[in-house]
Ligand binder design. Structure first.
Ligand code: AMP
Ligand code: MG
Length: 491
């Protein structure tokens, strides 16, 4: 039986604005209770910023809430409807294994979605069991928290509970539920759903809701739906540039996995690139390499074009005009993305001002890195600490020439060498969640119930720009035998 009220005052302060949207956007859905919930990872710091009582939640009652066995007061659990292009093909989807408990209003007045992922079947489950396995939920926890620490907009992870029930995949795996925190779960796919399954009025209601929630500064008098499109394009251009700058590969950039808020969402077969190669792809299900590292900016633009299409009836009453407005907006993505990327790359090389040849300098380095199979993160780290000899490029004349050019370039700006190094330290992470380290942490947890490996990893990843001595061992590369790395879809 689901006990409707949690006994503890955990600080829940729910509002349920999403439930005020037209009925077609969701189905009221309680989580399905599980056998024996056990809280295994809990994000105390995040809980506190959400206004939650971290101590009260680290209890049996807390575990019951994060497992969906108890519904906290004020929550209104629902599964969201959405559609999406998956690997280019349009499908009706929806939360097949997640429920939104509600929106926690934080002490700072922010509105954050609290979602349970792996909480049982919903009307959108299609053939799925509505459940999630421990490994993928821990993986999402580690990588989303690492992304946050790297300064990249992302959904967060509040807790993972094990359910005491196995989930059947290729074999039986321990079941788990992740509590995800997001600015919202509004996706490009939510708009595609509204366009495909609802009325124009529903679409307008959704767009107004999104504007109010994420872009309150937009002038309601102007063409506000065009402004919405432009603002989402801006945020996504900034986001994807940040991914590229740290070597993050999302793995499943389907339109249902792209948010309107500009946060990274849905960590499935994602991974960080070790060796620099634009063709890097990790996901075992991405056989055609649609979502390679190098393709991510193009795919983002393609996905945003799907958002633009969904918004067309709101952009202009004349269809031709609407298409023209949408196209002009989409064209901006490449320009904006490139500006962010170039600014970020300059910072990675300690460059403050702008010179025409900077892009050539950056591209020359990347080309060498690709040809000599250099580690992406460690190459920039070595340059940060003035140790070009520590890179795989060292010993080649072309690299020696490049270093000279780079040094000359730094000499042509006013800022001191020390300021350059400071800029590089804060732009080049000492550590990223390296695949072999993530796997090691997951294995210890899954096989031996040992969470200490993961806790240590999370600690190191929480200060990626610290460049502290204890981080050194986390920057070593995987054994050659573990390559090529493959990630499997987190279902
Ligand atoms: P994802 O690949 O995580 O973005 O999920 C794509 C779609 O499949 C979403 O609609 C999910 O809710 C759904 N889905 C994934 N795994 C399951 C599952 N085990 N049971 C039901 N639905 C699922
Ligand atoms: Mg998804």
């Amino acid at each position: 039986m689901t006990d409707k009220k949690a006994a503890i005052d955990a600080g829940w302060n729910f509002d349920n604005s999403y439930a005020g949207l037209p009925d077609s956007f969701f189905t009221k859905q309680d989580p399905t209770p599980v056998r024996s919930p056990k809280l295994i990872v809990f994000n105390e710091r995040l809980a506190t910023t959400l206004g939650l009582n971290a101590q009260a939640l680290q209890s049996d009652e807390g575990a019951a809430v994060f497992a969906g066995n108890q519904i906290p007061e004020g929550a209104f659990p629902l599964a969201q409807a959405y559609a999406g292009h998956q690997f280019g093909y349009f499908t009706m989807l929806g939360d097949g294994r997640a429920v939104l408990l509600g929106e926690q209003i934080t002490p700072q007045g922010e509105r954050m979605d609290i979602q349970l992922k792996g909480s049982g079947r919903t009307p959108y489950s299609r053939g799925g069991d509505g459940r999630a396995a421990l490994g993928p939920m821990l993986r999402e926890y580690i990588i989303s928290e690492a992304m946050h620490a790297l300064g990249i907009p992302t959904t967060r992870s509040l807790a993972v509970v094990t359910t005491g029930q196995p989930v059947t995949r290729e074999r039986d795996l321990p079941g788990a539920i992740l509590t995800r925190v997001a600015a919202s779960h509004l996706r490009i796919g939510t708009f595609q759903y509204a366009r495909g399954a609802g009325t124009i009025e529903d679409l307008r209601t959704l767009a107004d809701y999104t504007l109010e929630r994420h872009y309150p500064e937009v002038d309601p008098g102007e063409n506000r739906y065009l402004s919405l499109l432009k603002e989402v394009i801006k945020r996504q251009a900034a986001l994807i540039a940040k991914w590229q700058l740290v070597g993050f590969i999302h793995g499943v950039m389907n339109t249902d996995n792209m948010t309107l808020s500009g946060e990274t969402i849905d960590y499935g077969p994602c991974a960080f690139m070790d060796t620099y190669d634009p063709d890097t792809v990790f996901s075992s299900i991405d056989r055609e390499g649609r979502y390679t590292y190098g393709n991510q900016p193009y795919i983002a633009a393609w996905n945003l074009a799907r958002l633009a299409e969904a918004l067309l009836p709101l952009l202009h009453e004349d269809e031709e005009q609407a298409v023209k407005l949408a196209e002009d907006a989409i064209t901006q993505f490449n320009k904006l993305y490139h500006q962010h990327w170039l600014a970020g790359m300059r910072a990675k090389l300690g460059i403050f001002n702008e010179e025409q040849q900077d892009e050539a300098l950056i591209k020359d380095l990347l080309t060498m890195m690709q040809n000599y199979r250099s580690d992406y993160t460690n190459t920039f780290r070595a340059l940060t600490f003035d140790k070009p000899e520590d890179t795989a490029l060292s010993g080649t004349t072309e690299f020696a020439t490049w270093v000279e050019q780079w040094q000359a370039r730094l000499g042509r700006q006013q800022e001191s060498k020390a300021s350059s190094q400071e800029l590089m330290r804060s732009s080049n992470p000492a550590v990223i969640p390296r695949n072999h380290r993530v796997e090691e942490a997951l294995e210890a947890a899954e096989k031996h119930g040992d969470y200490s490996v993961m806790e240590r990893l999370l600690d190191v990843l929480s200060k990626p720009y610290a460049h502290s001595p204890e981080q050194a061992e986390y920057s070593t590369l995987p054994e050659l035998s573990t390559r090529p790395y493959r990630t499997y879809c987190g279902t």
